[in-house]
Ligand binder design. Structure first.
Ligand code: SAJ
Length: 407
């Protein structure tokens, strides 16, 4: 079997490299971040994820390597970030382009370059394919797209069990890449064209964004007219064809809050529900802050510095803070000159991200009168009793204490 060079050892690249290595594939992982590579070579994982430590140990035993250098291998898997341009809303493929440029310099003839990073439909044709003709016209490099589908918090399980999509230019390359992923993936692997694979990925995440937006819009409607959105969702979900998701403080993470913008940027005028959903979900942090002021007024609380945000990650039991509703709220508060005043705490975030950030639950609770639950980490579920003497705004519907406020 061929050797694989995984480029980009972040949330997707690292587990993918480890998974391949622990299933008998020769793997070398490359990342330009020397500190990250050093940590991996010392035997330390770089983020927390259920089952990652065990998988890391198995992959190390199987000989996985980590380096800052690109390697000459038969297959490359590129899993680098793809942000979007804040102005145009289009995908910013610069990191993928840089990675592929570097690969083309070093790869042998006939190599396969698999893009795992999420890109909008047509990106490979527009930004990657021309590089092959320009930089390696004689190498007959093959392209494929294998968008990842794993959910943080359950990555290892999903890497093994999820169905996947492989886009390739020709059946032969599709089959080669399919066989590689089938080394660890027990799900069904659909092989299609590159553009179709690009679109399916963006469409999946947009589907979820739209459905979360519906729940969030219902929360606002119900709040405006004294109805209990949670009871309404619970009852309507008894209908066999209705499955409304949960309202929350907003949509964070690096996927669902980003990918729909690619469609808005590429298909202006056509992507209407998609744009509306993005706006609704992006408005939620502000909506939560309005609830906070409302509740402070009702309870006669005047001191903003006695308000505490619990949870800075984008969802429960992960340590990822990218685009998190908590950080968005801090940004809004900053604009209103109140940013440095609220208290914050997240048991999974060790880095200092805010001025009044606590690093243990005791000191956080001692400093606040009003707790805003932004993330339902296991820790708070297990310590709910300790909120009995606090005013609580629960944006995740996880607190069963009496008198708790909700969205
Ligand atoms: N959220 C809600 N209400 C809900 C569900 C989620 O407010 O009912 C919020 C979460 O708290 C979070 C955000 O939405 O802030 C997104 O979280 P998520 O758990 O829905 O999804 P991600 O971003 O962790 O992972 C998604 C997944 N995509 C889909 O479910 C379609 C995952 O399978 C993808 O691999 C991943 O995006 C990705 O990398 O693209």
């Amino acid at each position: 079997m061929s050797k694989v060079n995984v480029i980009g050892l972040g949330y997707i690249g690292l587990p993918t490299a480890l998974m391949l290595a622990s299933h008998g594939v020769a793997v070398v992982g490359t990342d330009y971040n020397a500190a990250l590579v050093d940590a991996l070579n010392r035997g330390e994982t770089t983020f927390r994820e259920e089952g990652l430590e065990e998988l890391f140990a198995a992959a190390r035993a199987a000989g996985v390597e980590f380096t800052t250098q690109y390697q000459a291998t038969d297959v490359y898997i590129v899993s680098v970030p793809t942000p979007y341009d804040r102005q145009s809303k289009k995908v910013d493929a610069r990191y993928v382009v840089q990675a592929v440029e570097a690969v083309l310099e070093i790869c042998p003839a006939g190599a396969v370059v698999v893009i795992e990073s999420t890109v909008s439909p047509g990106t490979v044709d527009r930004c990657i394919r021309p590089l092959l003709a320009r930089l390696a016209p004689d190498k007959a490099v093959r392209l494929a797209h294998a968008p990842e589908r794993i959910i943080p918090g359950n990555m290892i399980y999903e890497l093994t069990h999820n169905n996947r999509t492989i886009g390739a230019d020709d059946p032969e390359t599709g089959e080669r890449v399919r066989a590689l992923y089938a080394s660890f993936c027990r799900g069904e692997i659909a092989v299609t064209s590159i553009k179709t694979a690009e679109m399916t990925k963006v469409v999946e995440n947009t589907f979820r964004d739209i459905n979360i937006a519906y729940a969030n819009e219902l929360a606002k409607i119900c709040r405006s007219d004294g109805m209990d959105v949670y009871e309404i969702i619970r009852i309507t979900n008894k209908h066999p064809r209705v499955n409304i998701l949960s309202p929350g403080p907003g949509v964070g993470g690096h996927c669902i809050s980003v990918d729909p913008w690619f469609l808005v940027g590429d298909y202006p005028g056509l992507a209407n529900i998609i744009l509306a959903a993005r706006k609704i979900n992006d408005s939620m942090p502000e909506f939560v802050l309005e609830r906070v002021w409302e509740i402070m007024g009702q309870r006669g609380l005047k001191d903003v510095s006695r308000v505490g945000l619990y949870g800075l990650t984008y969802k429960e039991d992960v340590d990822d803070v990218r685009n998190s509703p908590g950080l968005q709220m801090l940004e809004i508060l900053d604009r209103h000159l109140a940013g440095g005043r609220v208290q914050t705490y997240d048991p999974l975030v060790r880095r200092d991200l805010a001025p009044n950030q606590h690093h243990d639950l005791d000191s956080f609770l001692a400093a606040v009168d009003l707790v805003v639950i932004l993330v339902g980490h296991r820790q708070i579920l297990e310590n709910m009793d300790r909120l009995r003497d606090k005013v609580v705004l629960d944006t995740r519907n996880v607190c069963r204490l009496e008198g708790v406020y909700r969205l």
